[in-house]
Design a protein around this ligand. Structure first.
Ligand code: ADE
Length: 250
């Protein structure tokens, strides 16, 4: 592997990754398009780490730079998401098998959700990266379950695999999340970047994977739950999962 790209939307979603890189070696930081790309090593793996900021355009632009400027030959996205499926609870982890843009609709010219002229709505995550992330996530929740329960009333967190949907919208009402559930019954979680990353990676033949911790259930309580979870636990989850994932790659 040349270099693994690691991206998140917000600083809390990267945990201690950049600080860890600085403690184990030199980190070269390059500013491009108002983003900082940190090039170095993490847990023995050559990485380039960056914050995309929020939304599909931000994610697509960042993924493109990771591939073309920083020569990432695989990309992992880490962060939080809203739970959509009834089985998915705050504190669970979802690893994407596939991703779709829930707000893309060029009908009647093209079927709803289909990316015009690419002939597809769903983009697969890379199987082996996703298996490795899911194994790291399971190891993390098994080891840390009690500590998580103490810090955020997260009980018996679970790891799910399946569809993650993305759109340029923070979903925060019963009606909005019910509409998503009705339209896309297999959607497990909703966020604002993953499917854009997956589309860019598909277009360039670069493997990618997305791991999301559930910060809220995309209903009226979502804004408060999102902020509290982001502040209290998002970093611990990301550090715990990414650390185990990277150590297993060496
Ligand atoms: N990321 C975390 N929670 C979310 C939500 N409810 N909607 C969209 N993106 C999210």
């Amino acid at each position: 592997m040349k270099r693994l790209g690691i991206m998140a939307a917000l600083p809390q979603e990267l945990g201690d990754l950049i600080a860890h890189m600085r403690t184990v070696g030199d980190v070269r930081t390059v500013t491009l398009g108002q983003r900082e790309y940190h090039v170095g090593e993490a847990h023995g793996v050559r990485v380039v780490v960056t914050l995309a900021r929020i939304g599909k355009v931000a994610a697509a632009a960042t993924a493109s730079a990771l591939i073309h400027v920083f020569e990432a030959d695989a990309i992992v996205f880490t962060g939080v998401a809203g739970g959509v499926h009834r089985e998915v609870r705050v504190g669970d982890i979802v690893v994407a098998d596939a991703l779709l843009q829930h707000d893309l609709d060029a009908s009647p010219l093209f079927p709803r959700y289909e990316v015009p002229l690419l002939d597809r709505a769903r983009f697969d995550a890379d199987g082996s990266l996703s298996d490795a992330l899911a194994a790291a996530a399971r190891a993390f929740v098994e080891t840390e379950a009690d500590a998580l329960a103490e810090r955020f009333a997260v009980t018996a967190p679970r790891v799910h695999r399946g569809l993650i949907v993305s759109g340029d919208r923070f979903i925060a009402s019963h009606d909005a999340v019910s509409a998503l559930r009705d339209a896309l019954p297999d959607a497990l979680a909703v966020e604002m970047e993953g499917a854009a990353l997956a589309q860019v990676c598909y277009e360039h033949g670069v493997p990618c994977a997305v791991v999301r911790t559930i910060s809220d259930t995309a209903d009226a309580a979502a804004p408060v739950s999102f902020v509290e979870f982001l502040t209290a636990l998002a970093g611990a989850y990301s550090s715990g999962v990414l650390g185990r994932f990277l150590q297993a790659r060496v």
